[in-house]
Design a binder for this molecule. Sequence first.
Ligand code: ZN
Length: 131
Amino acid sequence: MNQVELQKSSEGYSIATVGDIASFEGKAFVKDILNTTSMEVSFGTLAPGCTVPFFHHHKQNEEVYVVLSGEGVFILDGKEEPVTSGSIVRVAPSVSRNTKCTGTVPLVYICIQAKAGSLEQYTMGDGVVEQ
Ligand code: ZN
């Protein structure tokens, strides 16, 4: 299921939308729509009481989950870690993971995955301030 709509694509940038984030449901990946080359980003929601239907880990990508709203639990190598709006969770590739919504409203989050160890420059080390 992919609910991302491409709005604009040019040589240097792409703009897409998942629509109203508050009413977004399910899971949507943006890599193929935005043509990203170093990361995958997805939007995910879990309804109250729901758990992702599988545990998984990765071969080479680490993930960062940013919880936008709701309350839940991340199950990381068997440990339950509570999360809520504003939580940011980094998960190493080999860690088994799952997510559960434990609140009364949907758990809404963004997941960013990129190859572990691939970041060479960042912020002002990579940014070039233009006059
Ligand atoms: Zn994953």
